[in-house]
Write a protein that binds this ligand. Structure first.
Ligand SMILES: CC(C)(COP(=O)(O)OP(=O)(O)OC[C@H]1O[C@@H](n2cnc3c(N)ncnc32)[C@H](O)[C@@H]1OP(=O)(O)O)[C@@H](O)C(=O)NCCC(=O)NCCS
Length: 217
């Protein structure tokens, strides 16, 4: 599968000044900007920027950013699931994981993350992918936002829905270990029936393993 990426952007005014939402960007384009030091939800900002630069150049990798004239204040990443995780078990070339999305505290609650998702889906090539996001409450900034687990989950659902990702059932042990965790999924219009069936199996690996055992496979 060829991973075609087409740039899209959206510029609008916020109370904190104009903001540009754009991408997918290559690493050399990302390097033109300062990466805000408060982008630390997943690891120190410097390390996270390095990770973004490598993902940007993966064949399937996509980085979209929210930025002021010179500073990246938010980002979203898409890439194939981690080879160590169950979601890579069938090596599906048309499966992308929304790996991380983060906005600096000053810009939160103003629709920036939702707009990052909207602009991501403007690229018609996204219709060729199944996009997933695994939501674990222990990754959420509960302290920083002062939201309860359930209100945070509502924010996640609203934000993901703007990109067409909706909660979907799975038997993934980590996800089902807490009711606030969930799998979010968007199946593009051009995804083949074969891939959809494979993905359904992937969502219920335990059930399929049990069925195979019972049938002596
Ligand atoms: C989760 C996160 C990305 C949301 O970014 P954001 O730009 O604030 O999100 P949006 O403004 O698009 O909000 C989406 C919806 O939630 C609402 N919302 C956002 N923050 C809220 C808050 N603190 N209280 C109540 N509602 C809130 C918005 O009003 C919007 O609702 P609407 O569609 O009805 O208007 C941001 O809080 C963040 O960076 N958190 C740390 C990293 C993280 O948890 N990432 C997710 C796991 S990968």
């Amino acid at each position: 599968m060829e991973h075609v990426k087409t740039y899209h952007s959206l510029t609008y005014k916020t109370e904190l000044g104009p903001i540009v939402i754009e991408g997918p960007l290559h690493s050399n384009e990302l390097k033109q900007y300062h990466f805000h030091e408060k982008l630390t939800a997943f690891r120190p900002a410097e390390k996270q920027f390095e990770a973004l630069l490598s993902i940007a150049d993966f064949p399937e990798g996509r980085i979209l950013v929210a930025r002021t004239a010179s500073t990246i204040v938010g980002y979203v990443t898409y890439l194939h699931p981690d080879p160590l995780e169950r979601w890579s078990e069938f090596n599906m070339d048309d499966l992308l994981e929304l790996g991380a999305i983060e906005i600096i505290p000053d810009f939160r609650g103003a629709g920036v993350a939702s707009n990052l998702l909207k602009v991501s889906m403007l690229d018609r090539y996204m219709e060729n992918y199944i996009v997933i996001s695994t939501e674990y409450y222990w990754h959420w900034d509960l302290d920083g936002t002062k939201l309860s687990i359930w209100n945070y989950r509502k924010v996640m659902e609203k934000m993901m829905a703007t990109g067409g990702l909706l909660p979907a059932p799975t038997d993934d042990p980590e996800i089902i270990s807490h009711p606030a965790n969930c799998l979010m999924v968007r199946i593009g219009k051009n995804v083949s029936e074969e891939s959809i069936e494979k993905f359904d199996k992937l969502r219920f690996l335990a059930r399929n393993k049990y069925r195979n055992m019972r049938e002596g496979l």
